[in-house]
Structure formats: structure tokens, C-alpha cells
Design a protein around this ligand. Structure first.
Ligand code: CA
Ligand code: ZN
Length: 301
């Protein structure tokens, strides 16, 4: 069954206390409208930040209650389609992102996203869009977590790989999972160093299923290229280390490899990648290419 969800159903923190706004069944598809990460507050380069309420940042549309999904399950979310608005907003400034200690003034820029050509013009430089979902997740296990922060429940992971055709696996902590998404970017590079991507409003179509056998305590993405294990932590070193450990723990039981053997294999084929280094927790992503999974007959599902 197909559903639609209006962008006015949104929240700023993922929480078991958020009342469901839509109830769906496994196998259902939902077309989810989402505000940009400023909740549409920035409408011109001139309106500045004076008028922006910083509590109204990173809205996620939801929550969606998925029937027959219970704590201990792993929710499988496939991104069928991402449609974007034409107005892309960027900000940076003092205290924001990697350069925030040197920037003197807050700078807001608005770019036109050419959805037909799939490009954005930056100072005469034509950039391809690489649309992606910044905030996507379920209600976390304990207290509410602001949508600006990523963790085991998903949240503000800002993964460039979270795009059309990709599948996200999330641990479920509460009945119905209480899913939400928002913060779509028309473009962003790994790191998101300015603190913003090219922020757009969007309509995202996703299908909900339950993982058959896959177990995970951290978000996992699969796509045509392979599998990505994502771990967030205040300490990027720790996030990177843990993304390796969790990937090895995921894959090793599917092989006859000893711990030292799979460590060597990961050293040859696995890649340390970074989602973002600017959120309250930083997110590392460890990638293993599909041909390695195929060789061992590993089907993550
Ligand atoms: Ca984000
Ligand atoms: Zn964003």
C-alpha cells in the first residue's frame, strides 16, 4: 500500500514519546515530504540569522509507526526516490564547522538547483547534484535525542550514501520503530566541513520492511557497491575504530576466516570513510565492496 505524509508532521528530537502520525504495514511505501533543515526559515540571503530560531533546526517528518516491528528487530528502509526543491541554502560562520574559529560573520547563500540537468552552479563552476538524506532514524532506546545528533538509532548521520537505491538497516528500540526523516541535501561532500550541505526541501519515497536475519546495533547501509557500517561518537578516532570492529563482527560469522585473517582481508579491501565531522557526534563509515561479500556468499538481508 502507498501512503503520503505531509511535511507539517514533524519533530525536532527522536523520542519514544513522539505520538505516531501515520501507521503503516510491512511492505508499505510512503511518500514523505520534508522541510529543509532550517524548517524553511531562510528565504533570502539578506534576512540574515537574526530571524532564525535555532531551536527550529533539523525537522524530521514523522513519526511513522510500522506495524509488526518490535524492539530487537532490525528495520529495513529502502530509499526509492528523492525529489528536491529548487532552492538550496547554505550557511557557515563563527562557531560553525571546521572553519568556525576563523570566520568573522555568518554567511548565507542561496543556490538554484537545476533538477532537470541535475546540477548546481557555484560561482560559475557546474557541480553535479548528489542528493542524500541527512537525518533518518527511529526513536532511540532511552531519552530523546535531538535530530542534530547521530547515534545508534540513526539521526543526523549525513551519509552521502543515503541516497536513491540504497537500503538502511536500523536497530528497533520501541514498538512500531517511530521512524522519521528530513534534512535532504542536493549536494554534500564527505566531512560536511562548513556545517551545512546544500539544504533543500524534499519528497522522499521509502519502503519499510523488516530484516530477515541481519542483526545490528549500529546503522548499516547497503547499495550496489557494497556495505557500510556507521558508528557515531564524540571522538572520531573511536568512531572509526568501532566501525571497523562492528563490520568485522558482522561479516566474520559468514566466513571461515580467523580474526587475524579477516583483519588482513579488511586491510586490503575495507575502506575507512567519514560521513561528517561537524555534528555533536562525528560519524565514521567503514565500507566493504560487494565483490568481497559475493566471494563469501554473504547476503545481508
Ligand atoms: Ca545534517
Ligand atoms: Zn542538512
Amino acid at each position: 500500500m502507498k501512503h503520503k505524509m505531509d511535511k507539517e508532521n514533524f519533530f525536532y528530537a527522536m523520542s519514544k514519546g513522539n505520538a505516531p502520525k501515520l501507521e503503516v504495514n510491512l511492505g508499505d511505501t510512503v511518500e514523505i515530504e520534508a522541510h529543509d533543515c532550517f524548517t524553511g526559515q531562510i528565504t533570502s540571503e539578506e534576512n540574515g540569522f537574526s530571524g532564525v530560531d535555532w531551536h527550529q533546526i533539523n525537522p524530521a517528518t514523522g513519526p511513522v509507526y510500522i506495524n509488526d516491528v518490535s524492539p530487537g528487530d532490525v528495520l529495513k528502509v529502502t530509499v526509492e526516490k528523492i525529489e528536491m526543491g529548487e532552492r538550496g541554502v547554505m550557511v557557515t560562520g563563527p562557531g560553525m564547522g571546521v572553519m568556525g574559529n576563523r570566520l568573522k560573520d555568518t554567511d548565507i547563500r542561496i543556490f538554484n538547483v537545476d533538477n532537470e540537468k541535475g546540477t548546481v552552479d557555484f560561482d560559475g563552476l557546474t557541480l553535479p547534484v548528489n542528493k542524500m538524506i541527512g537525518v533518518i532514524g527511529v526513536a532511540p532506546p532511552n531519552e530523546a535525542i535531538n535530530n542534530g545528533t547521530p547515534d545508534t538509532h540513526g539521526g543526523n548521520m549525513d551519509a552521502v550514501k543515503m541516497t536513491e537505491g540504497a537500503t538502511l538497516y536500523l536497530p528497533v528500540y520501541h514498538e512500531g520503530a517511530l521512524f522519521g526523516l528530513g534534512d535532504v541535501h542536493a549536494a554534500m561532500a564527505d566531512g560536511e566541513i562548513s556545517v551545512s550541505g546544500l539544504e533543500v526541501e524534499s519528497t522522499v519515497t521509502v519502503t519499510f520492511e523488516k530484516a530477515e536475519s541481519l542483526k545490528t546495533y549500529h546503522p548499516i547501509i547497503t547499495d550496489k557497491d557494497g556495505v557500510y557500517m556507521m558508528v557515531s561518537d564524540k571522538d572520531l578516532n573511536l568512531a572509526v575504530d568501532q566501525s571497523v570492529h562492528k563490520m568485522i563482527d558482522l561479516l566474520q560469522p559468514h566466513t571461515n576466516l580467523s580474526l587475524s585473517e579477516i583483519t588482513m582481508l579488511m586491510s586490503l579491501t575495507g575502506q575507512t570513510q567519514i560521513n561528517q565531522i561537524v555534528d555533536p557526534k562525528k560519524t565514521a563509515r567503514f565500507f566493504v565492496p560487494q565483490h568481497v561479500l559475493d566471494h563469501y556468499g554473504i547476503q545481508l538481508k
